[in-house]
Design a protein around this ligand. Structure first.
Ligand code: PLP
Length: 363
């Protein structure tokens, strides 16, 4: 099927330069959006019929629009990095495109071709490139591509009209307070995803399902929640929006295996590769809360970290639940810190990109 031709309509009222410079100097995650957005429309009989860049603004939506009722929605998170020479790059976009397709398949939405996905980022950067911050203090432009069922119909079936959009927000470090290890709340009364459910799809509903436990976590001084397997509440799965790694004292690393309920993090996959590159062993397997408790108490588990595009690699200082506190460390671990430096180094063009992960979006 042929892809639609791009049409670009520039904003007649863009953010003044001084104001934009002020925003990207100290960006707050998700608080400010750039001047434009991408909109691609899909219709059941015709496929992807249009691809446009338009001024940023609200979506006019009929109250009967399917997404508002049945949650047919998927999204991605991917960043644009400015390199020292001013050029703008992104990290492994084919992987995000493929994941968006898998999420679409699971949620009965149309699959956006990889080419259109990557071109949508290029098109947005072509008009909003000035929003990509200078490469200091981990500042980037965060893209939020998403797809929604956009048919005005209350009947329950897969929508016959869908929209893919991309918005973008300049961001600084996800967790304020530097590389300080975070506290994680263990959800004992709620699960995020069940067998054959939607855990592997990047869909809003998984996040909605995590927010009650997250609120409980906040009340207990934790910034994130860790979910256990829904069936037996025995094995560790992941955080609400990040994957987990456990570093053992002897140097080997364990991360929960992808069995359908865990999101296939691209950072997770990259970290597995970087650890193997160092000649260390990575085990992708089930890991129980009991094993983690015993490992932390004996000192066998030396470091724990979480990872995802938004927060890169973040050290975990402790796990807490209403029953216990498991303290790991108040300082970021050695491997955690060096993996973080290596990964951000690759992303900002300061460390050799051995695996050809970086893709240029603009000169
Ligand atoms: C997006 C996401 C991640 C991290 O994936 P990355 O591709 O590394 O950004 C992990 N877990 C969940 C539930 C997510 O939604």
């Amino acid at each position: 099927m042929s892809l639609p031709q791009w049409k670009v309509t520039r904003s007649t009222n863009p953010t003044p330069d001084v104001e934009r410079e002020r925003i990207i100097e100290k960006p707050v995650f998700g608080a400010n959006l750039t001047d434009h957005q991408v909109v691609c429309v899909w219709e059941k009989e015709k496929g992807w019929v249009s691809a446009e860049v338009i001024p940023y603004g609200p979506i006019m939506m009929d109250p009967s629009s399917a997404v508002l009722h049945y949650g047919q929605e998927i999204f991605e998170g991917i960043k644009a990095y400015r390199h020292q020479d001013g050029s703008i790059w992104t990290f492994r976009p084919e992987e995000n495109a493929k994941r968006l397709q898998r999420s679409a398949h699971r949620m009965a939405l149309p699959e956006l071709p990889t080419e259109l996905f990557i071109e949508s980022l290029r098109q947005l950067i072509a008009v909003d490139g000035a929003w990509v911050p200078a490469p200091v203090d981990e500042k980037t432009l965060y893209f939020r591509p998403f797809e929604i069922a956009a048919e005005n119909f209350l009947g329950v079936r897969a929508a016959q009209r869908a929209e893919y959009r991309v918005i973008a927000s300049p961001v600084g470090p996800y967790f304020t307070g530097g590389l300080k290890p975070v506290s994680i709340w263990i959800a004992l009364d709620s699960a995020r995803a069940g067998k054959h459910g939607t855990g592997e799809a990047k869909t809003g509903g998984n996040y909605a399902a995590s927010l009650l436990a997250q609120g409980e976590g906040y009340e207990n001084g934790c910034s994130q929640v860790m979910f256990l397997d829904a069936e037996t509440a025995t094995y560790i799965e992941e955080l609400g929006g990040m994957n987990l790694f456990f570093v053992y004292r002897d140097g080997h690393v364990v991360t929960p295996s992808l069995d359908g309920t865990i999101l296939r993090g691209i950072t997770r996959d990259s970290v597995v590769t970087l650890i193997k590159d160092r000649g260390l062993k990575v085990e992708e397997r089930k890991i129980s809360l009991d094993e983690v408790r015993a490992g932390i108490q004996s000192g066998e588990i030396a470091e724990v970290f979480a990872c995802g595009t938004a927060a890169v690699i973040t050290p975990v200082g402790e796990f807490k639940s209403r029953e216990e506190t498991l303290s790991i460390s108040t300082e970021p671990g050695e491997l955690t810190t060096s993996l973080r430096e290596e990964l951000t180094g690759i992303q900002y063009g300061k460390v050799a990109d051995r695996h050809s992960w970086m893709v240029k979006l603009a000169d």
